[in-house]
Design a protein around this ligand. Structure first.
Ligand code: GAP
Length: 424
């Protein structure tokens, strides 16, 4: 099995990610997050929110509706320009992105007879929905990017808070794209989550480039601070003709994954494109009215989840270990009684478990032998395993085993919470 197959298999087997509506044969481009996946994803979102909103004085949060007045998407340019080039194979009628050279080449190789392609046509990525109870129903769209919800609330935020330019509005939420070729596990899905910052600044060419560079550095630093191997990250600038319709400048943070260098997060200079189109302006303290410019950081929560899983996957002496940063790990601690059939050990271990779960998301395991329990926790990235043994009954101390070093330390129960807190 290659790395990708191993990660996909682990994700399903241990409850990180399942194929969407699997019992009915699944639905291409849709995925469900299991008990451990939802924890990993929530940890990513919480840490992103902390670094972008709580740790800063110049950013506020927002949670806008997924469905908006369809005019939003006309004004934003998405109904006309949010598209990918599509070609159809006239032999088997499969459709592909015309700009995906690798997939096109592979399809040509798979066909015995010569492939006959249709002319490339632009295919709009917005997902249509129909609202109302009587005909004709009102056509609307599931949002293709979460961003427009920020722009349409720009005035509300200015009027209801004390923000002053430069400032940012952060948001996390679902977006939907009718992708022509969903694939590479969750990498390209039709339903996915974004974590975005729209940072509003005065219109000034030089300053805007400085802010753009600043956010590039900040975002790269964030991924590295959470353990992503720096050697596997790089920036890639979009050539002018390949930029999204709203972008004056665009650079991706890319990750060197099992399917090659792939987009992790986009940093965009949107200039006054959006606020200008929505006819929204800002008045500064001197009474000068202008259309602010926007620098955007747009990350994918599902891509972050996938790349954190891939990057942390390791195998050592027959053990599979997810070397996730402890802050991201679904469980911080696992508690075991040494023997499941010794009542006094089980009771004491339950007491330790109840104490730890007040502070950390913890799990309990009393199946099989201790070695198997360690193995099972390593595979899901639990950084510390606490074992209650016979010495615990005498000395009120437990062993704490570290996932990465496998070293064990004896820690007294009254210092246990502090011990783990300090490591976290
Ligand atoms: N508001 C700007 C925007 O949406 P984008 O480059 O189209 O920009 C930003 O998307 C991020 O959203 C990407 O870097 C990626 O992490 C995530 N993303 C985009 N399309 C995706 C898809 N089909 N499946 C999963 N994640 C996706």
């Amino acid at each position: 099995m290659d790395l990708m197959e191993k990660v996909v298999s682990l994700a399903k087997r241990r409850g990180f990610i399942y194929p969407g509506s699997e019992i009915y044969g699944g639905l291409a481009g849709f995925w469900d997050y299991g008990p451990l996946g939802v924890e990993l994803k929530n940890n990513i979102k919480r840490l992103w929110w902390k670094s972008i909103v709580y740790d800063r004085d110049d950013v506020v949060g927002l949670d806008a509706a997924i469905i908006m007045n369809p005019k939003v998407w006309q004004i934003s340019g998405h109904t006309s320009s949010f598209s990918d080039p599509l070609v159809e194979c006239k032999v088997c009628h499969k459709r592909f992105r015309a700009d995906d050279e690798e997939v096109i080449k592979k399809h040509q190789e798979e066909h015995k007879e010569k492939v006959d392609w249709t002319v490339s046509k632009n295919f709009n990525l917005l997902t249509e929905v129909y609202l109302g109870t009587t005909e004709p129903k009102q056509k609307a769209y599931l949002r293709g990017e979460i961003t427009q919800g920020v722009f349409v609330n720009f005035k509300n935020v200015i009027d209801s808070t004390r923000v002053k330019i430069p400032f940012g509005i952060a948001q996390i939420g679902k977006a939907f794209r009718n992708e022509i070729t969903p694939g590479n596990f969750t990498f390209r899905s039709k339903e996915f989550e974004q974590m975005e910052l729209e940072y509003f600044i005065e219109p000034d060419e030089k300053k805007s480039e400085e802010v753009f560079e600043y956010w590039k550095r900040e975002r790269l630093k964030w991924y590295v601070s959470l353990g992503i191997n720096k050697q596997k990250l790089r920036f890639r600038e979009h050539e002018p003709e390949k930029r999204a319709h709203y972008a004056r400048l665009a650079e991706d943070i890319e990750y060197d994954g099992p399917f090659g260098w792939s987009e992790f997060e986009g940093i965009h200079h949107r200039g006054d494109y959006d606020l200008g189109n929505h006819k929204l302006t800002y008045k500064n303290d001197e009474g000068r009215q202008f259309t602010p410019w926007v620098i955007e950081t747009s990350g994918g929560v599902d891509r972050a989840t996938l790349f954190f899983l891939i990057d942390s996957y390791s195998e050592e002496k027959g053990r599979v270990i997810l070397k996730l940063n402890p802050k991201l790990a679904p469980y911080k601690v696992a508690v075991f009684p040494l023997l499941a059939n010794k009542q006094n050990l089980v009771e004491k271990a339950k007491m330790v478990f109840d104490k730890l779960r007040l502070s950390f998301h913890s799990t309990w395991d009393d199946r099989g032998n201790i070695g198997k329990r360690y193995f099972s926790q390593d595979e899901i990235g639990t950084p510390w395993c606490v074992t209650v043994d016979f010495e615990t009954l005498e000395k009120d101390s437990v062993t704490v085993r570290d996932r990465d070093t496998t070293k064990q330390e004896r820690v007294s129960i009254d210092k246990l919470t502090e011990f783990i807190q300090t490591k976290l």
